[in-house]
Design a protein around this ligand. Structure first.
Ligand code: ZN
Length: 122
């Protein structure tokens, strides 16, 4: 299927893998701000309103897959108290929150849009 994990992880445009998916530099008030179009290949990043609605479910899934095993490991392997493990998981979740949100959006658009190195000709 030719999806690039590194382009996805680094929040690059799925079509050209060069342009940035998110506005740089990082805006504290609006960390998920995205340019309307890719600066490099002119791909529109929000083809329709609510395009990233599904990305929300991805972020839930990713958070659960990361945090649930962590909590179970802490409690059952390292004998942490359930309360201690919860605090740790909430802390981790807070630290990873933004990265997970961005990667979910990135993954979403990478699933939908194919890499096309010849975009410049079309
Ligand atoms: Zn692009």
């Amino acid at each position: 299927m030719g999806m690039s994990i590194s382009a996805m992880w680094n929040n690059k445009c799925p079509r050209c893998r060069e342009g940035d998916l998110f506005v740089k530099p990082f805006k504290v008030g609006d960390p998920l701000a995205m340019p309307k179009y890719c600066k490099v290949c002119d791909k529109d990043f929000e083809p329709e309103p609510g395009y990233y609605f599904g990305a929300m479910f991805l972020s839930y899934a990713i958070s659960t897959f990361l945090l649930l095993p962590t909590a179970l490991l802490l409690v059952f392997y390292y004998n942490w108290s359930v309360e201690g493990a919860m605090v740790m998981v909430i802390f981790l979740g807070a630290v990873l929150f933004l990265k997970i949100l961005r990667v979910s959006r990135s993954l979403w658009i990478h699933i939908m849009v194919r890499y096309n190195p010849s975009y410049k000709k079309t």
